[in-house]
Write a protein that binds this ligand. Structure first.
Ligand code: OOG
Ligand code: MG
Length: 275
């Protein structure tokens, strides 16, 4: 019987620096799977810190997967455009995400709670465009492209454990975008820069705020959206919706809840959750 080889006394070779491997398609697929299966995943930044550019590539690829399944682009959403959101999430860089028709929630309609990981809702204002808008525009030029505005609710649902993420993580995850509901569309022929709003859960106020919380005037979010979209080579299109960003902190949803937001001069928008 051969004697056991004595354990080598050789010093282990110096560790080579960890190679930075970024597989955009694989990350996009894991985020898309997490969204479809309503199962949270670990933050990408636990393994690799994506650059912002890579994070937007992941986002684009994830949307491409949705488009392959028949979804189509209907607009863009802005994120971290209010102090309340910046404070709540600890991220102060403005971000944007891509909206598809698969994210539309019918006004007043139910959402199936089991299709989400840990959904939250936030009050926003939506713009509907009547002509394309791109690049550097003034607020006045931006408004000339607006057909109508509506009170809106965004349902965000981070695909990451505990709704925790870095800037690159949340960008890769399409800015936590999951669903959005728009209320009555009205002509923007009045001052909507400081409209009071109340978010109610089962008739009880959970957040109060104003459209002024969105960059002092929500049109500034539209101006930024025009710039971001153009930079990405996907200028805002006629018929697209731009979600301006949460005016207050987001509120966690529970099953079997009625959610309604009332915005001064604009009306109400609502949906309910089913357990
Ligand atoms: C990121 C999305 C931010 C907003 O309106 O500011 C956003 C998040 O908070 O999960 O949608
Ligand atoms: Mg939002």
């Amino acid at each position: 019987m051969a004697a056991k080889k004595p354990a080598s006394k050789k010093k282990p070779a110096a560790k080579a620096p960890a190679k930075r491997v970024v597989n955009i398609n694989a990350i996009a697929k894991s985020l898309d799977d997490a969204a479809r299966e309503a199962k949270a995943i670990a933050q990408i930044s636990d393994t690799v810190e994506l650059t912002l550019q890579e994070a937007y590539q992941v986002q684009k690829q994830m949307i491409a997967l949705r488009q392959k399944r028949g979804e189509r682009r209907v607009g863009i959403k802005m994120g971290f455009t209010s102090r309340a959101k910046i404070v709540q999430m600890g991220i102060s860089d403005m971000i944007w995400g891509r909206l598809t028709n698969g994210m539309i929630v019918e006004e007043g309609g139910p959402i199936d709670f089991s299709r989400y990981v840990h959904p939250r809702v936030e009050p926003e204002i939506a713009f509907l465009l009547k002509r394309p808008l791109f690049g550097l525009v003034t607020p006045m030029q931006a408004m000339e492209a607006v057909e109508a505005i509506a009170p809106a609710l965004e349902i965000i649902d981070s695909r990451y454990d505990n709704f925790k993420f870095s800037l690159a993580d949340v960008v890769a995850d399409n800015a936590s975008s999951s669903g959005f509901v728009t209320g009555p569309w009205v002509k923007p022929d009045f001052d909507f820069s400081n409209l009071g709003l109340v978010l109610n859960f089962d008739g009880k106020p959970v957040q109060i705020g104003s459209t002024a919380a969105i960059m002092g005037h929500p049109v500034r979010s539209l101006v930024a959206a025009a710039r971001f979209a153009a930079e990405a080579g996907e200028p805002l299109q006629t018929g697209w919706i731009v979600m301006a960003g949460g005016a207050t902190a987001a509120e966690a949803l529970s099953p079997n809840q009625h959610v309604e937001m009332e915005m001064e001069k604009m009306g109400r928008v609502s949906f309910s959750t089913r357990g």
